[in-house]
Design a binder for this molecule. Structure first.
Ligand code: SF4
Length: 315
């Protein structure tokens, strides 16, 4: 398990910032141990159906007026407008109330992800680039693996001093023994070794600061890349969608049509969800999925959303 000190290192809900700002902010946050600013509430967007063409054109126009600070490092000045504004066009019925209900159900923050998630499994006393490497490593370990198992593996690795160099000096058998029983641990040994070699050769032992470069690393998928950008760099680059977010978004009809993959879900959520929420949604829904909206036999009788949930209503 991670230490209580580390449990105070959350960066969930990080602000939208420019990439260059994000690096400084992330380092500052992690070094000081302070949480990021809370998200703000705002007004609803207009409703109503429009043609696909009109929606697309409107969405493009409204992207320029979203309440966040440009994150593409394009030199444009910040544009601030009313927060919680959707991007126009389609949005799910009741999503605001459903979200508030989930926040209420998650208010105790006592799900496994709240204590053992990636934000809590790096060494807070390590140099910034070591911390970022540890964030990426814990994400690589976490796929198809319970938070408790990932945290245990990270604890064993950190006890040996977890850096790019230490991983490269470790033989595969030792690395496998340390990370076992995380899911697909044999493949992960291979990916971790390959990724560590690339980080040493191309990034001076640090991790890259873009989704595209992160996803080019062996064993790193879109969810990991977006979470690494948020936790390691303090930049919200997209919604991190894992199986919990994918399942719950479909159950609540937060996707316009049923989606088959987390990537499809991410794309459709990002079409309507206000960008101020993108950094919050992963941890919020993962914990909700761990405690209430379980994969099998969800606890609908205990859920504040049961009257608003299409699945629970048999719709
Ligand atoms: S009512 Fe049931 S299926 Fe719907 S969100 Fe709640 S737990 Fe999940």
């Amino acid at each position: 398990m991670c230490s209580p000190q580390e449990a105070g290192m959350k960066v969930v809900g990080v602000r939208m910032v420019t990439r260059s700002q994000g690096r400084g902010l992330a380092a500052g946050l992690h070094e000081s141990g302070k949480e990021s600013a809370p998200l703000q509430k705002g007004e609803a967007a207009s409703e109503g159906r429009q043609s696909h063409h009109t929606m697309k054109r409107k969405r493009k126009t409204q992207r320029l007026r979203v309440a966040y600070e440009a994150m593409d490092g394009d030199g444009e000045k910040d544009r601030r407008v009313e927060p919680f504004q959707t991007l126009g066009g389609w949005e799910p019925r009741d999503w605001r109330q459903q979200l508030e209900n989930i926040r209420a159900m998650r208010s105790r923050k006592d799900a496994p992800v709240d204590q053992l998630g990636v934000e809590h499994c790096y060494d807070s006393g390590a140099p910034p680039k070591v911390r970022r490497f540890q964030v990426l490593l814990s994400l690589m370990l976490s796929s198809q693996t319970k938070d408790q198992v990932t945290a245990g593996a990270m604890q064993r690795l950190r006890a040996r001093g977890l850096t790019v160099d230490s991983v490269l000096q470790m033989d595969d058998s030792t690395l496998g023994t340390l990370i076992h029983p995380v899911g697909f641990w044999r493949s992960k040994v291979k990916y971790i070794k390959q990724t560590s070699a690339i980080l040493q050769q191309r990034y001076n032992g640090d991790i890259p600061a873009s989704v595209a470069e992160l996803m080019a690393l062996p064993g790193v998928g879109p969810k990991m890349a977006h979470l690494a950008m948020a936790v390691a760099w303090g930049t919200v680059s997209g919604i991190a969608v894992d199986t919990h977010v994918h399942r719950i978004a479909n159950r609540l009809r937060w996707t316009k049509l049923p989606t088959k993959t987390p990537e499809q879900t991410r794309a459709t959520l990002e079409e309507w969800m206000p960008r101020e929420l993108w950094g919050e949604i992963n941890t919020l829904l993962v914990g909700f999925g761990q405690q209430t909206c379980l994969p099998v036999r969800p606890r609908c009788q205990d859920c504040l959303n049961r009257a608003l949930c299409p699945l629970a209503q048999g719709l």
